[in-house]
Ligand binder design. Sequence first.
Ligand code: CP
Ligand code: NVA
Length: 313
Amino acid sequence: MSTRPMALTAPRDLVTGNELSTAQIRELFHLSADIKAHPERYRSALAGRFLALIFEKPSLRTRVTFEVGIASLGGTAVFLDHQGTRLGVRESVPDVARNLERWVHGLVARTFCQSTIEELAAHASIPVINALSDRFHPCQALADFFTLEEHFRNLRGLKLAYVGDGNNVCHSLLLTGARLGACLRIATPKGYEPDAAVVAEARCIARDSCARIEILHDPAEAVTQAQAVYTDVWASMGQEAETAVREKIFAPYQVNEALLALAAPDAVFLHCLPAHRGQEVTSGVLDSPRSLVYEQAENRLHVQKAILLALLG
Ligand code: CP
Ligand code: NVA
């Protein structure tokens, strides 16, 4: 491809997801749709480029979609399994960044702490992409809203209810949904709300986009008349020790057939996966025709290819 993938100047990094303006997200979705429809046009878009994938936590979707995505753009992924040797233990994070930038053209990092990704970005002169941290999962939220736009055509005013833990996925849905003018209702148990600073940032963005942000505790109130109902695991990676306690606290927040019946008649169900069947969602909902979870998973591939092109193309 000799043409520039994005007419607007893309940010260097995707560390929080908040680097992208509404116009840049719109352009990214346009590129994602073209990549999805015509993958052959982009076969050598990253020819001769190398990306390091640093994963401190397990992954199915993110790892496979980045590896397949990079290969299908003509680039090469180098996977670094940091589950055994955490970043900053054998070698400092800045030193890892200063080495990698000499060999590869970009970093994709899944870390326990958001600060590790920010430290990599601060010390590497190459693009750094957040592949999930304790605080954000920007690639997921971008793929999710792309999926919702495919389904509903219009995201402005779209009523999305998120039920469960105010976690990394919830934070990224808030920031991306705010940019895109969605109406977001979040229902969490008390004490598990999304971080106040992220909510404040989303509300600040919402002033320009006419998005609406409501933080609630009643799942029924959040889901009533929603067009999309989203949930995620109750205990995220790194919180395994809290699993038993959380199972009790989150039980009333299960997305089941009765809860989904309160949503709009054409409502869809979303989950970033992996799902814990019988916990945050019943198999009846997950496997129902309303479920878009495998569309979301597929779109991770197309949207991340667009992100790679925007940042490295
Ligand atoms: N949704 C998601 O990021 O899945 P993985 O943890 O399998 O990458
Ligand atoms: N909130 C989950 C998302 C997994 C894709 C976690 O961080 O484990």
